[in-house]
Design a protein around this ligand. Structure first.
Ligand code: TXA
Ligand code: MG
Length: 349
């Protein structure tokens, strides 16, 4: 299959191109598109065949449900059995934006889209290209992140092309994404509203709107003896090809420990890499050292993290050490992704 790559600028949207992309989705095809979080791989959420195609293109297990993207509040109650008050409250504050809500699905949502579940994940993105595309495609676009399963989510169209060229109909290049990590997921079908995946909308922010917000205990640890409640969170998702370890502790000791390990692994003829920050990047002696930015600029780190993980793969790094980050605010989402990439391998020094 030839994959057509087009460029659409969020500030000057070419509606003829949007129409063309919308028609592809309506006809059962797949179009990758930019959102404010990461690039999505879109198909018609109400067409079971489209959802099957998405799983196939990603190489993703079909028990891992897709997020349905909408562009207008009026579309919500058609795909959800009954919209609870909590959903309206969250929507008023955070939609359009990087928040996904889990709700009971209406019959018209096929089980192929929800991975066999009676619940459906819904998100209303703020990116204008995404919104126009959703409208042009009929209102309901199922879209997981546009990476092959097991690779970091794409933050640039060129990464979508690396993973998806030849497998989907079209890629819309909208430049850099703004956030760089996937949306926060909150389950509104459980007894208490529960965060299943941390993102840039934090638990503290959600707690200003709803009381009793909880967190899935598997978010930051893997010894909980429990399967995560978002089926996708059980896979070693954001996995670089190298063997990764997160190192936490006082700054100087972290650098010292990592350099010792790098020395040992180099003498085993391994190609080594370090994920660090602007302030520490000069101090490491690994083959490849990459800064994710300034430690105090968490939004900046979130934006760079997946690019850096992909570059370690491109440079064939075999052993990766990553500095840890504070797990408050967006830092929780950053650490959640790092820990998953490392298969929860953490050393405290
Ligand atoms: O920011 C985002 O959310 C991006 C952009 C494209 O919108 N999308 C995204 O989709 O990250 P995906 O498929 O890569 O991740 C969706 C996550 C998976 O972990 C999946 O298991 C979970 O959402 N999920 C989807 N439906 C669910 C449901 N009904 N119950 C629990 N978890 C669900
Ligand atoms: Mg994903």
């Amino acid at each position: 299959m030839d994959t057509k790559i087009i460029r659409i600028d969020e500030q000057h949207i070419d509606m003829a191109l949007i129409e063309e992309a919308g028609k592809i989705i309506k006809a059962g095809g797949l179009v990758a598109f930019p959102t404010e979080t990461v690039y999505g791989l879109g198909g018609d959420a109400l067409n079971p065949l489209s959802s099957e195609k998405i799983y196939k293109a990603k190489g993703r297990p079909s028990d891992n449900p897709l997020i349905v993207h909408i562009a207008d509040m009026q579309y919500l109650d058609r795909i959800v059995r009954k919209v609870p008050d909590s959903a309206y409250k969250l929507a008023e504050r955070f939609w359009p934006g990087p928040l996904t809500m889990i709700l009971y699905k209406a019959d018209m949502v096929p089980y192929e889209t929800t991975g066999g579940l009676d619940t459906v994940a819904v998100r209303m993105p703020v990116h204008r290209v995404a919104r126009e595309l959703i409208k042009a495609a009929g209102g309901y676009v199922a879209a997981p992140s546009a990476n092959r399963s097991g690779r970091p989510s794409p933050t640039l169209a060129k990464y979508v092309a690396e993973d998806m060229a030849g497998r989907i109909d079209m890629i819309i290049d909208g430049g850099n994404v703004e956030i760089g990590l996937e949306s926060t997921i909150i389950d509104l079908t459980s007894k208490e509203p529960t965060v299943l995946r941390p993102g840039c909308i934090t638990k503290q922010m959600l707690s200003q709107v709803l009381s009793g917000v909880e967190e899935d205990i598997t978010l930051m640890r893997d010894d909980a003896g429990q399967a995560p409640r978002a089926p996708g969170m059980k896979y070693r998702h954001y996995a670089p090809q190298g063997d990764m370890t997160v190192v936490s502790g006082e700054e100087g000791r972290v650098t010292e420990y990592i350099n010792e390990q790098v020395f040992l692994r180099k003498s085993d003829n391994k190609r080594t890499g370090v994920i660090c920050t602007d302030a520490s990047v000069e101090k490491y002696r690994a083959d490849v050292c990459k800064s994710v930015g300034n430690r105090n600029d968490e939004a900046g780190i979130a934006r760079e993290l997946y690019r850096v993980l992909r570059e370690f793969d491109d440079e064939k790094v075999e052993v990766i050490y990553a500095e840890a980050f504070d797990a408050d605010g967006i830092g929780q989402a950053i650490m959640n992704r790092l820990l998953k990439a490392a298969g929860h391998k953490v050393v405290c020094v």
